[in-house]
Unconditional design. Sequence first.
Length: 100
Amino acid sequence: MNLSVTLGETETTHLIVQRNWITGHLFYVENGEMRNLKKPTRSGGNVLIKRNDTFDFVVGINEKHHIRLERIRPMIFGGIRPHCYDLYVNDVLVKRYRGF
């Protein structure tokens, strides 16, 4: 998964949200600096039951933007099927993505 958006009027912030579908590692890159959103789970054979995840964070230095990423996993075989992602900036849906 790779979502990219440029934000700001007076201060430009380039935001990229990525997920490694093999490891589940979810992170974002803000103006070239990588930050983790969720580390890969090491469940030891446990089955993940949670289908919806919401990640909230703020980007920008002088001109701040509240980012909300919502992920919905499929009910059956959720780890190997495409997920749905909604990217909100200041509570406005700016991108919708379905895939790995």
